[in-house]
Design a protein around this ligand. Structure first.
Ligand code: SAM
Length: 300
């Protein structure tokens, strides 16, 4: 395996149907124009999921609502069902987040398999080590480890998740327990600024930074990426995502989501280059709301 980015089959990712695209032509400009207070009111009143997202905007809890897409459990053609369908499928954000999750999972999976089939010197004595910075529930990594285990792969994998929110880590702990992979995970409550001290002298094969640098300016992002590169093995991989400029930006902020820094795939590539990564491959998810970079540390 020479490519560091996985091939994610297009039919595994969510897109808009022709009908949805038609509905979006008039609904997205309206959502962008409406006052924030009104948007929050209709979201709270129309759907439990939408209400939960605005109650904890930007947090792992709000992402989990969108990842789980719980509206599927309600019965069809009620007003609630239609409102949930609107928030989950006509608005791009939840679909794009689920795409980001699938691409992140594939990127981690692809590179873990690559290590298993072609281990380096350090793997003679060390497990495959993954670090998730601002990892929240670590849903993507939990799925990777659980799938490998279910497929009979016995290679030792050790995951460290750092997040400043204990409640986010508790969601992850429960998910890992439900998936039967608790023993692979270490949950560390702390700030990303303190990565070096939080993980002591450990080095990693893969580092995931998803849902964090959206909130960091260029200088802070480069500082974090350099610290991440320092704790990667030579040949190690970083998986980092950033939100892109998109047509729903005014709506997203009016619903109360914290301020984000929108970057193109070229901006993200440039930040990784300035942080010392010489090989970067970028996947843009089909709705063009998130791009995911997979970059290799080619230095010792
Ligand atoms: C948008 S969520 C992303 C969670 C997860 N990476 C995912 O993609 O599902 C952002 C997470 O970053 C955490 N976070 C934000 N700033 C942080 C910081 N400076 N240090 C550690 N965690 C941070 C939040 O607590 C939250 O759980």
């Amino acid at each position: 395996m020479t490519n560091i980015a996985p091939i994610v089959p297009s039919d595994k990712l969510e897109k808009h149907s022709i009908l949805t695209l038609g509905i979006r032509i008039f609904t997205v400009p309206i959502l962008n124009m409406l006052p924030g207070s009104f948007i929050k009111k209709i979201m709270r009143r129309s759907s439990r999921d939408a209400s939960d997202v605005i109650a904890s905007s930007g947090s792992t809890q709000s992402l989990e609502v969108m990842y789980k897409r719980s509206f599927q459990k309600s019965s069809k053609w009620t007003l609630k069902y239609m409102a949930n369908t609107f928030w989950h499928t006509v608005v791009s954000q939840p679909k794009a987040l689920r795409n980001r999750l699938k691409i992140t999972k594939s990127a981690i999976d692809h590179n873990v398999l690559s290590i298993i089939s072609n281990p380096s010197e350090q793997h003679a004595t060390n497990p495959i080590r993954i670090l998730s910075i601002a990892g929240g529930s670590s849903r993507s990594t939990i799925q990777v480890v659980a799938d490998l285990k279910n497929n009979g792969v016995t290679h030792e994998i050790e995951v460290f998740t750092i997040d400043k929110d204990q409640a986010a880590l508790d969601i992850g702990k429960q998910l890992a327990m439900d998936a039967g992979v608790s023993s692979n995970f270490n949950w560390i409550c702390g700030n990303a600024n303190r990565v070096g001290t939080l993980i002591h002298d450990k080095r990693f094969d893969i580092i995931e930074i998803v849902g964090l640098i959206d909130y960091f300016d260029d200088e802070r992002t480069i500082r974090l990426m350099k610290v991440a590169r320092d704790v990667l093995y030579k040949g190690g991989i970083i998986v980092a995502a950033n939100v892109m400029p998109n047509s729903e930006v005014p709506f997203v902020h009016k619903m109360g989501w914290p301020k984000m820094i929108y970057r193109t795939h070229k901006d993200l590539e440039m930040l990784l280059e300035k942080s010392g990564f010489t090989k970067t491959e970028i996947i843009t998810e089909p709705l063009k709301v998130h791009c995911i970079a997979i970059a290799k540390n080619e230095c010792s």
